[in-house]
Design a protein around this ligand. Sequence first.
Ligand code: KG4
Ligand code: ZN
Length: 362
Amino acid sequence: MADRPYIMLGIESSCDETAAAIIGSDKTIFANEIASQMAKHAEYGGVVPEVAARAHLEAIDMVINQALQTAGIELANIDAFAATAGPGLIGGVAVGTVTAKALAAARQRPYYAVNHLEGHALSARLADSIEFPYLLLLVSGGHTQLLAVAGPGRYHRYGTTMDDAAGEAFDKCAKIMGIGYPGGPAIEDAARQGDAKAIALPRPLKGADHCHFSFSGLKTALANRLKQLGGVEQAPLHDLAASLQAAIADCLADRSQRAMQQFIDDYPADCSATPPVLVIAGGVAANKYIYARLADTAAKNGFRLSVPPAALCTDNAAMIAWAALERHHQNTADSDDFDFAPRPRWPLDGKATPPPGRGVRA
Ligand code: KG4
Ligand code: ZN
């Protein structure tokens, strides 16, 4: 037992991907399978919870079998089972957690209820060699947060969005422009042929003396500019896409810069020994333009930038299995009971101070 890695099967089903992965404690990715429901939601321009729950139920057995087959590993050789237990759409979370618990109970193995955000937060350590603490910019469809990551379960949130998440801004603006779903990849694509300076858009909260974000004003400004320019029939959509992407990237870079100063103040000893690390995780981290913008900002502030490969940035089960392995590595007895209730809302830093203004996200 001791000379082989501890093997974790992870399940992700909190949004619109049904995913299963098999990961070793030595960071071997034996399998990382995904059944995407994107096509089912595309006609609605967003994820429909009832459609998602049914699709998870239909796909989960197949995805797990596919992962076992790809890995060439028997169910009997899986040491523990993990599933996303929140935050997310409760129907999907229920499908994933019930499946993982049933497998764990049948094989008499430990069960890990994983926080989806912790999966994103720790995914960089599966792909790269990064020590705690590090600074994390988590940018997905549901969340935009800056956090100091001190270890599994140990987070200090510096900032969050007051309204829309960055990915949500991409998705809503793409819908307004009628260029497809999900919006992030569609806008990145369209922006390649556009001029980022062509259309003036605001940079909400740029220069503010805190680390919070706001994106809803940007969406309204884009809708107004689109109307002024003659609507989707006549407006230069490539220029609009490029200008929007640049505005979002500017906001992310500016707020991250503020958080880097805070991080250096909070962890002076860790920052003086070796260059501190800024990790970007979540679906928006797959954007190459944003990567380049953040790489530049990080370098100017003495940080090394680390971004997991795209397959580990967007929702996946490898990050869920890995988060459970991080907990196992820290304390082998740290698994969860079968009565662990799914949590639709589950902040990484339960003591975080809310941003000024309205609405706070988990
Ligand atoms: O992390 P993720 O897969 O799911 C959530 O937990 O939300 O993130 C999905 C989000 C969507 O809003 C999508 O538009 C955005 O990530 N996204 C991107 C790109 N790829 C995905 N945003 C900008 N550029 C991309 N290339
Ligand atoms: Zn996610």
